[in-house]
Unconditional design. Structure first.
Length: 399
């Protein structure tokens, strides 16, 4: 609804007591119907932008889906078949029934081509990846395929099917690797050396370079976001921040007794995800494609995150935290801090949520969830679901 329509409703509400409820119901229905017709017309006239998100079920995928829906995009997302559906983040953000889903396996070139033909996107956000650094040491070959090579499959499909589509690649601060060590604690910018220290970051480095190659070789509008760690209550439970906030919440509610962690000395530059996905969108709205570091410029250790999280609930962390060898990595980047000055200058992007606020919002949200769970409330992740079937676009529909 437009601001004007909202204003009319508010004024009418004032008159409601005088004239009764029926005219109000008619007015609200009229506003919604005209709004629906306007949206449909926009799609038909091709004004509404279309975006395709790979990895829409992940943390960033869900947040950017919500952002793009708010901006009036028609949103498509690829998902892979799992034995248990995994749409809880989209449900949590109220985006579940608003996006169109396309079954795609990133190792299957044909299914990627089909997704481009179905969605005809103006913009592609390629976020799908085996994104857990620790797991990449266990499955280095599969990580190379999904996190690295799939980027070439998508770029090649763009080149063949829709060369005017803009492309975002989810690069990572992990690509700096040893540079984080060699630079001391100097913030890293786009100009610093990339020196991966894990199969994950080597795969990302491949994705980063192939994105540049398709940009320079074929003139595709392809950008690399070099994002430092970003967190939220929708972060996967295996990543250290959410592992801590979730376990602290359980400990304070008497549902758990200890928190087992690996390297407490590692330092990371942690930001807040909803702000970071905005930067992805901004990168695709520029006149020319380029690569950008997105970060807060400040790093904290895992130990500091733990201390802060326990402090919020008034507990002494040393009584609960156990260091467990299982969570150490064969190689671990000791410190990563980003210099986001280029993004600030060219995109007008800046981080807003600082470390203390981030830890607090994550711990409070996990406490809130577990309290509601204890009262018997059930959540999307307790009752996995598929969306209504008209939101899934299969090949049979196109035959
Ligand atoms: P998540 O782990 O939350 O999401 C990853 C997404 O990729 C999920 O939708 C997942 O699907 C999908 N995926 C994983 N494996 C496959 C596969 N084999 N085939 C198809 N899809 C697959 O990651 P984030 O949302 O946090 O990160 C988004 C992207 O940004 C990733 O590429 C990540 O590497 C990168 N990145 C993230 C940063 C961060 O701090 N969050 C920082 C820098 C880069 P499913 O739900 O089915 O598992
Ligand atoms: P990271 O995130 O590897 O930086 O990758 P993660 O939260 O997994 O680790 C951060 C640091 O914490 C240390 N750590 C532990 N990590 C985990 N997961 N579990 C533990 O118990 C634990 N104890 C200590 C780690 O050793 C590490 O130093 C994330 C992902 O989102 C990537 O996809 C992304 O590219 C980078 O951030 C930027």
């Amino acid at each position: 609804m437009s601001n004007f329509e909202h204003l009319v409703i508010i004024l009418w509400l004032g008159l409601d007591k005088l004239v009764g409820k029926i005219p109000l119901v008619i007015l609200i229905s009229w506003c919604y119907i005209t709004n629906f017709v306007k949206t449909k017309n926009k799609v038909r006239e091709g004004q509404m932008k279309k975006a395709l998100i790979t990895g829409i079920t992940g943390q960033d995928g869900a947040y950017i889906a919500k952002l793009l829906l708010e901006k009036g995009y028609e949103v498509y997302g690829t998902y892979r078949r799992l034995s248990t559906p995994n749409f809880w983040r989209l449900e949590y953000l109220g985006a579940f029934e608003k996006v169109n889903l396309i079954p795609v396996d990133l190792s299957d070139f044909g299914s990627i081509v089909e997704a481009l033909k179905i969605s005809q996107p103006d913009e592609i956000y390629h976020l799908a990846a085996q994104s857990f650094v620790e797991a990449s040491f266990e499955t280095p070959v599969a990580t190379g395929d999904v996190t690295g090579l799939s980027t070439t499959r998508i770029l090649e499909a763009i080149r063949q099917v829709c060369p005017d589509t803009k492309f975002y690649f989810a690069g990572s601060s992990e690509m700096f690797g040893k540079s984080g060590l060699l630079n001391g604690e100097k913030p890293l910018s786009e100009k610093d050396m990339l020196y991966p220290m894990s199969p994950y970051s080597a795969a990302k480095l491949y994705g980063y370079w192939i994105t540049k190659i398709y940009r320079e070789g074929y003139g595709i509008f392809a950008v690399n976001g070099i994002l430092f760690n970003h967190e939220s209550p929708l972060r996967g439970l295996e990543f250290v921040t959410r592992k801590i906030s979730n376990e602290v919440a359980k400990i304070v509610l008497g549902l758990s007794k200890e928190l087992r962690l690996g390297n407490l000395d590692a330092k990371r530059d942690w930001g807040y995800t909803p702000e970071y996905v905005e930067s992805m969108w901004l990168m695709l709205q520029q006149k020319d494609p380029d690569d950008y570091v997105i970060a807060t410029g400040i790093a904290h250790s895992v130990r500091e995150f733990v201390e802060k999280a326990f402090e919020i609930v008034g507990l002494d962390w040393q009584k609960y935290v156990k260091v467990d060898k299982r969570f150490f990595r064969p190689l671990d980047v000791p410190c990563l801090i980003g210099d986001y000055s280029k993004a600030k200058e060219k995109l007008g992007w800046e981080p807003k949520t600082r470390f203390e606020k981030l830890v607090e919002l994550m711990v409070r949200e996990d406490i809130n969830r577990w309290e509601r769970w204890l009262k018997g409330e059930r959540f999307p992740w307790d009752a996995p679901n598929y969306p209504s079937e008209n939101k899934i676009i299969t090949r049979a529909l196109r035959m």
